[in-house]
Design a protein around this ligand. Structure first.
Ligand code: F0G
Length: 386
């Protein structure tokens, strides 16, 4: 596998895998892979992350929990578009993060690291804890205190991570973990780490593999903005390698109360102004200063996409509509479908990425649903309720 790292700001190339930002200008790095190495067939068979090993920058036998290969469900909506939902909530830890983590943790092992860390709104920490446990690494997770959904917190704790609840929001926790990693030689697993995003690009590979063609548009929930960048990179590599001749429009969806990328897009800018106190029911994307904003905006502009913002009410409505078609997702995940419903544009075909499982946030699900009826164990009385 031939690859190198390149700074997205100054263009300098690097061959040291332990870097995640540019030593000269501090810009984000991306992995440039040689797509002529691609040796898989997009025939819908054996779909999972490591089917695409030939385009993944890992030199060892990967640490895997058999992630990927998530279903692509066709769903009904009020629009004419042929619409699919890619249910990433059916990955081992219940979110798309497992794709990034199988690659990131494999890289940590390859580099001989014994400790990994992340800041997280919950899913990254759940996934990292699980994969670290699998690999025998010590995991440290930094969470915004009181703002992480219960299912995610339970996972991090049960898989044996050291859980640190920082009094502050995600953006503060990320700033702190970056400093601690630099001071203590701990390997950082947030999406500043370009290897994690390499794993996530397999969402694009799988969509074309399962659908047999490239859809016209992809709707993606945007928080720290790594995933939309990664999916765009995946489609770009498929095109470069000759598997497809088009790239879908990348449509980012943000919550109204945490919308720095939406604001930048509306003003035609290629960088953001942070939102100071982000707030939304979709705690997974409650982020005011997304680190991958510049990568994401580039992906959105280059693909001819856009950014849509949705309210918490629209998110809950979309979550319920999906649930009534048998697709259980957490609030942030439903924002992609909410964005699709809000978009006036019609496409021939589109895919909404449902990023995390309903069980991640059981408290929200209970709060917004009809309450159970409590009743005496009397058959006739109960029959009247049916
Ligand atoms: N959906 C879910 C369920 C998420 O957990 C996240 C991010 C996103 C969407 C947004 O993806 O950050 O790549 O734009 N969760 C991170 C975490 C921040 O810590 O688990 P993004």
């Amino acid at each position: 596998m031939d690859y190198h790292l390149r700074c997205i700001e100054c263009g300098r190339k690097f061959y040291d895998d332990s870097l995640y930002t540019c030593p000269s200008c501090s810009g984000l790095l991306e992995v440039v892979v040689d797509v002529s190495n691609a040796d898989f067939r997009l025939n819908g068979e054996e779909v999972r992350v490591w089917k695409y090993y030939s385009l993944l920058p890992v030199k060892i036998k990967p640490v895997t929990l058999q992630e990927g290969g998530t279903p692509l469900y066709e769903i009904r909506s009020s629009k004419k578009t042929e619409l699919y939902v890619k249910h990433e909530g059916l990955n081992p830890s219940g979110s798309f993060k497992d794709r990034g983590m199988t690659v990131g943790i494999s890289k940590a092992v390859e580099l001989g690291k014994s400790m990994v860390a992340c800041a997280s709104t919950g899913n990254t920490s759940a996934s990292m804890s699980m994969y670290s446990a699998r690999a025998g690494l010590k995991a440290y997770v930094f969470l915004p205190s009181g703002k992480v959904a219960l299912g995610k917190l339970a996972q991090a704790m049960m898989h044996g991570a050291k859980v640190i609840a920082v009094k502050g929001n995600f953006d503060t926790a990320l700033k702190i973990v970056r400093e601690i990693c630099a001071r203590r030689g701990i390997y950082l697993m947030n999406s500043v780490n370009p290897f994690r995003l390499e794993g996530q690009k397999t969402i694009a590979f799988e969509i074309v593999d399962q659908l047999g063609h490239c859809p016209e548009a992809i709707y993606v929930p945007v928080g720290n903005a790594g995933n939309i960048s990664a999916i765009f990179k995946g489609f770009s590599e498929l095109k470069e390698a000759g598997y497809t001749d088009s790239i879908p429009k990348m449509i980012g969806v943000q919550a109204e109360g945490a919308n720095p990328i939406f604001r930048a897009f509306m003003e035609g800018k290629d960088s953001i102004i942070p939102v100071d106190n982000p707030e939304t029911i979709a705690t997974a994307i409650r982020i005011g200063s997304p680190v991958n904003a510049r990568k994401a905006l580039k992906a959105i502009y280059t693909s001819g996409g856009k950014v849509i913002q949705v309210s918490d009410d629209e998110i809950v409505k979309a979550q319920k509509l999906l649930a009534r078609q048998g697709i259980g997702v957490e609030p942030a995940s439903a924002s992609s479908f909410a964005g699709f419903l809000k978009d006036d544009e019609e496409f021939e075909s589109a895919v909404c990425i449902a990023t995390g499982n309903l069980l991640k946030d059981p408290e929200e699900a209970v709060r917004v649903s009809e309450k159970p009826v409590e009743i005496d164990p009397d058959v006739e009385l109960i029959e009247k309720l049916l």
